[in-house]
Write a protein that binds this ligand. Structure first.
Ligand code: AMP
Ligand code: MG
Length: 340
């Protein structure tokens, strides 16, 4: 990392892109070591069989925001005076949800006279994973509710070496879970069901170039479900097919770039079968496999606080009147000032 001299800095990070309202305090010491001081969150849970309703999620975030914020400060034994910077998730995400976090951050920044930073949520997933695993220049597999992307850092930005053509891997798991009557997010439930089967049912495996596609697999899996096939077998087959697909695109990016490190991040990174398959692929190529700790794989304020700190340290400043949100803010539009 590029290392300007600085005093110890602490950032309050606010996450509110989708289902989670999170607030976290993260510090960066004089040696550029990051520490998560506290991380509090509340997750909106739609009723079984339904997905995220943006207005309901917005209402959830509005209801819980002050409690989550206070809890994160209390756990850190800090008050707002000891915060140096406030960062919020500026996108991508659901407009109504994003606006709650932005309003909270803007109000705090204006009242306490603190600088404000808009952090890209996907960059948060990547950079926090790099901080926690000490990955330096990895091929990143970002798998979450909002993303399925294969990335490498090049020429000042994280660049795509493949991304989903339709739905994300998280949407595949959650939409299938919903069709089976489970509450969203259902990735963990599908993992539990899959662990009880070894019976593979054929599902479409679709890759176009280095871009995976999962919507055909979702349709086929739903058909298997309505034809009465065993739920555990379908879950096993979804995981084997979709995760093989993700391993293939990751391996291609690894071979193309001649990198020697893979970093798995995003909510789906919690899946032990996906971790196992990537571990095996990396072992066979003599590459290192790293994965973000489960506690921080899903959306959280620490991701936002860490990007806020890195951005602030490298001179980024945002006029409070421009502290807007962008629902479709792609991660390859963000200049990464702290990497060469
Ligand atoms: P995020 O958007 O990063 O918070 O990630 C949320 C996504 O992670 C949802 O689609 C969840 O279903 C998925 N997820 C969470 N835990 C697991 C798991 N153990 N296996 C697969 N997917 C998971
Ligand atoms: Mg996310």
């Amino acid at each position: 990392m590029n290392k300007p001299k600085h005093k110890k800095l602490t950032c309050l990070g606010i996450e509110s892109t989708a289902h989670t309202f999170g607030s976290s305090l993260v510090s960066l010491d004089e040696e550029n070591q990051g520490t998560i001081i506290s991380d509090s969150r509340s997750v909106y849970q739609p009723p079984p069989g339904s997905g995220i309703h943006p207005r309901e999620a917005y209402q959830h975030h509005s209801d819980v925001c002050s409690g989550v914020l206070i809890e994160s400060l209390r756990k850190a034994k800090m008050d707002m005076d000891s915060v140096d910077v406030i960062a919020y998730a500026g996108g991508p995400g659901l407009g109504p949800c994003l606006r709650v976090g932005a309003v909270v951050a803007r109000s705090l920044a204006a009242y306490y006279h603190k600088p404000i930073i808009a952090a890209n949520h996907a960059i948060g997933h990547i950079e926090l994973a790099c901080m926690l695993t000490r990955a330096t220049n990895p091929i990143v597999l970002l798998v979450s509710g909002g993303h399925t992307a294969i990335l490498a850092f090049s020429n000042g930005r994280w660049r795509f070496f493949g991304e989903t053509l339709d739905i994300t891997i998280g949407q595949l798991l959650d939409q299938f879970g919903r069709a089976a009557g489970y509450a969203s997010p259902s990735g963990a439930i599908i993992e539990r069901c899959a662990s009880k089967s070894e019976e593979y049912l054929l599902l479409p495996y679709t890759l176009k170039g280095n871009d995976p596609s999962f919507s055909g697999m979702l349709t086929s899996a739903k058909r298997l479900l309505s034809s009465g096939k065993n739920m555990d077998d379908i879950c096993f087959s979804i995981q084997e097919t979709a995760f093989s697909n993700l391993c293939e695109v990751t391996e291609r990016a690894l071979a193309f770039t001649e990198h020697d490190e893979v970093l798995l991040t995003g909510g789906v990174a919690a899946n032990t079968r996906l971790q196992e398959m990537l571990t095996e692929m990396c072992r066979s190529r003599g590459s290192t496999f790293r994965v973000i700790p489960r506690q921080f794989s899903g959306d959280c304020g620490a991701q936002i606080a860490w990007v806020g700190l890195l951005s602030y340290l490298h001179g980024m400043r945002l006029d409070i009147s421009k502290s807007i949100v962008r629902q479709s803010w792609r991660l390859d539009q963000v200049d990464i000032l702290w990497r060469h």
